[in-house]
Design a protein around this ligand. Sequence first.
Ligand SMILES: [Zn+2]
Ligand SMILES: [Zn+2]
Length: 110
Amino acid sequence: MSLFSFALPLNGKRCSACDAALSNWYFEKDGLLFCKDDYWAKYGESCQDCGHIITGPVMVAGDHKFHPECFCCTSCGNFIGDGESYALVERSKLYWRREGFLVAKSLNDK
Ligand SMILES: [Zn+2]
Ligand SMILES: [Zn+2]
């Protein structure tokens, strides 16, 4: 599967979402053409931790998605492996399950 299409400048192609002229390169999906921003806005997933688009493997925690290399504990910074227990605190902060439990508890105590 090829995500990228390359085109010559001034080819007259336009983004099907924002109508911007697609001069350098563009994405094609289901027969529609998109500029990079619209393609990723529609079909891309951005990493909860670093905010960059995820183009490879994805780690999922609740509603959030992470690069595998960004899937680490907010407290100790160690990677949390696939299948290991984690906790999301305040809906988006990732911790080892045990550390997350302690953090959540201290937040509740305030
Ligand atoms: Zn566009
Ligand atoms: Zn990331």
